[in-house]
Design a protein around this ligand. Structure first.
Ligand code: ATP
Length: 206
């Protein structure tokens, strides 16, 4: 069985940046956001259920899910939101478990923005947190997402706090320093963790 390292961090912390460094070492990366999209992809049974419940306006012309229309349907409609979550959450969890079970590498990185919030730590053997200050989160996420400061602050509020996230961490990578200077250190840190995870994976499968 593959050893699962959950990789998490708040909005704009640098999860994708760190995941890429593991991928460069040949480590498989499973991205929870991609899994969440796959369960409602064009033609999927779940997408059909959404259309049966909310109507054909849930579909774009190309047959894909109209995410904006769905968001509108559940926005401020608690029962509809619950209906949707009860449909999606078990399916996403099952598909995550499927994809993790298919891995043949000694360990894999399971990148989940809401790992702690959604209690997906239960699917992981170890938790790696990418840690930055709140100021760094705001600066980087707003640079990336066209300065939507209020929206980013809202998202930060909806996520666990920095200190709570750190309490769940087995390993921490600090990513406050600018990549133009810190890339060699980050690569070294990832390489050290890689060796450590390979050892832990071997023990896990003994
Ligand atoms: P989200 O969950 O918000 O999608 P994330 O945690 O995956 O984000 P990244 O996409 O890796 O974070 O990084 C957020 C932004 O900050 C990106 O534009 C990325 O290029 C930039 N970034 C990440 N790390 C650094 C760094 N050390 N120095 C400068 N910029 C960085």
């Amino acid at each position: 069985m593959t050893y699962v390292v959950g990789l998490t961090g708040g909005i704009g912390s640098g999860k994708s940046t760190i995941a890429k460094l593991f991928a460069e070492l040949g480590v498989p990366v499973i991205d929870a956001d991609i899994v969440a999209r796959q369960v409602v992809e064009k033609g999927s049974p779940l997408l059909q259920e959404i259309v049966a419940h909310f109507g054909t306006e849930m579909l774009l012309e190309n047959g894909e899910l109209n995410r904006a229309a769905l968001r509108e349907k559940v926005f401020n409609h608690e029962t509809e939101k619950q209906w949707l979550n009860q449909l999606l959450h078990p399916a996403i969890r099952t598909e995550m478990l499927n994809q993790l079970a298919q891995q043949r590498a000694p360990y894999c990185i399971f990148m989940v923005p809401l790992l702690i919030e959604n209690k997906l730590t239960a699917l992981c053997q170890r938790v790696l947190v990418v840690d930055v200050s709140e100021q760094t989160q705001l600066t980087r996420a707003s640079q990336r997402d066209n300065n939507q400061l209020a929206l980013i602050k809202n998202i930060m509020q909806s996520q666990v706090s920095r200190s709570e996230r750190l309490q769940h961490a087995d390993d921490v990578i600090n990513n406050d320093a600018d990549l133009s200077e810190s890339l060699p250190q980050l690569k070294q840190k990832v390489l050290d963790l890689h060796h450590h995870y390979l050892q832990l994976a071997e023990k896990f499968n003994d």
